[in-house]
Ligand binder design. Sequence first.
Ligand code: SF4
Ligand code: SF4
Length: 92
Amino acid sequence: MPHVVTQPCFDCKYTDCVVVCPVECFYEGDKMLYIHPDECIDCEACVPECPVEAIYHEDNVPEEWKEFIALNAEQAPECEVITEKKEPLADS
Ligand code: SF4
Ligand code: SF4
């Protein structure tokens, strides 16, 4: 039961979250980040770091964003790992 990145992350990518993750399980998509469900250890360190409250425990993802559970699982293995904070998307 991993944590999941949801809609508010789209076009944000502030990436405050990635630096606190002890297992480096954030992956960078074109428009948002994803958490690899097989790697996340549910430490919750990333949750308070996200300024837009985009990260939820899988069990607590709001109903309208449930599809992000599958999206994180699908996309994370396709993307590059991200471990350092970077500039947010300029055009967001
Ligand atoms: S801090 Fe939140 S919105 Fe920003 S990249 Fe991380 S999950 Fe996405
Ligand atoms: S809950 Fe912990 S292990 Fe999972 S993504 Fe957040 S910081 Fe990483």
